[in-house]
Design a protein around this ligand. Structure first.
Ligand code: ZN
Length: 237
């Protein structure tokens, strides 16, 4: 058995991370290891979530399958960091549970190509991708809140073209994908009074594109300028 952190230790670590400036906490609700899947004890997950929520910080969860999703939902996690294509397809009752607990999803559909690189046959990788896309479709069609974003910091895949293409393959149209980039995260993270929309007195944080994303969704990855607080911080050469 791997060592499991005690509840007081875990709570102390959450407090320390928040004191050190963390904007959110992420748990591994469950994880596929070499020969088995490790699932976080529910009481431990609940303790971490309640400690983070006491400090008004959101909690994200890495989930590997239905067991991990159950721990995430029962402990009150706010955001699932990605889908679970190595688990079973998401049933409508599972997705209903997600929406009734207001759990959001960051699809991170591009993750699976990177994760399976060198480990799986191209057909398997394609099947994982299809499953992930189906899970996203079930989720948003049930009214689940989608937050655009890459879950992971350990890969060097910075181009988001494929992510937008896959979200669109899951049936999300331009206004829905745009909301996942703008109004949804602003609402979820408590910034909607000053961010997420282009309007008077809102933050001058803007992205200017080279092409029209309403005609081709991958244009969202074709950035001409990024403007932060009114200043151009990125400009395509
Ligand atoms: Zn993860």
């Amino acid at each position: 058995m791997p060592e499991v952190e005690s509840i007081p230790e875990a709570k102390q670590r959450v407090r320390q991370q928040i004191a050190d400036g963390a904007d959110g906490i992420k748990i591994f609700a469950n994880s596929v290891e070499r020969n088995s899947t490790l699932t976080m004890p529910l009481e431990l997950a609940q303790a971490i979530v309640s400690e983070a929520h006491a400090a008004h910080k959101p909690v994200f969860a890495h989930v590997a399958n239905d067991d991990g999703i159950e721990v995430a939902l029962k402990s009150g996690v706010d955001i699932l960091a990605h889908t679970t294509p190595n688990g079973s397809p998401w049933s409508s009752s599972l997705v209903q549970q997600m929406t009734s607990t207001h759990t959001a999803l960051t699809p991170t559909l591009t993750l699976w190509d990177e994760e399976l690189k060198g480990h799986a046959a191209p057909d398997d990788a394609e099947q994982w991708k299809r499953k992930a896309v189906d899970q996203l479709r079930t989720f948003w069609q049930a009214g689940g809140q989608v937050l655009f974003g890459p879950d992971i910091g350990y890969i060097q895949h910075y181009d988001t073209t494929e992510e937008f293409a896959l979200m669109s393959r899951a049936g999300m149209n331009f206004p829905k994908i745009l909301a996942a980039l703008t109004t949804n995260p602003a609402q979820r993270f408590g910034y909607s009074k000053h961010s997420g929309r282009i309007a008077k007195r809102m933050d001058a944080d803007l992205v200017v594109l080279n092409r029209d994303p309403e005609r081709d969704i991958t244009a969202l990855a074709d950035v001409r300028y990024t403007i932060r607080a009114g200043k151009i911080i990125y400009s395509k050469k």
